[in-house]
Design a protein around this ligand. Sequence first.
Ligand code: C5J
Length: 218
Amino acid sequence: MSSITVAAQPGPFSFDPAHTALVMIDMQRDFIEPGGFGATLGNDVSLLKPVVPAAAELIAWCREHGVLVIHTQECHQPDLSDCPPAKRLRGKPSLRIGDPGPMGRILILGEPGAGFVPELLPQEGDLVIAKPGKGAFYGTDLGEELTRRGITHLIFGGVTTEVCVQTTMREANDRGYECLLIEEATGSYFPEFKQAALDMIRAQGGIVGWTATLGALR
Ligand code: C5J
């Protein structure tokens, strides 16, 4: 398939869909719905709701154009063996990782809350990466999967922009991937942090990568 070029910042972003993957970060009920991990930390999770239809549109666009769809989920093993105490004990949440909540144990693999929102369920042919950290490369086989599939370019969406999305995008950039973040398909509990992350990523000639709107893909 031939290359696609989209209007982006700081300049046009070109990619071959056959060598590109969408990395949709952590669109899980625990971050987006009331009663989950995000809410236990005191966040207004309703701020992330508008990301869901935009992420659905981005996923549909990628499937239509032959771009591999990867879904990450931040979660831990039931025995918490992959959850450092420093992470579990951080802050003053009403429920900690592993505690039982209204959507099952908070951020535990296999529990309803750690699953994806119903609008964004993985389909056959997609790749699902369970990750114990904020970045999607740490403690996972994402790097090997991308190499094995000959992926050179990554498109990003998901939540939250300045935490798991930015952490993953920065490491992907260090690993040599050309990275594009789609603005409407990412969100934060802190709109000003989202804006700052977008600005940081594309500053200095695209020091971490590119950003574009969904409209640029249509
Ligand atoms: C956070 C994430 N914010 N997916 N996780 O803890 O951004």
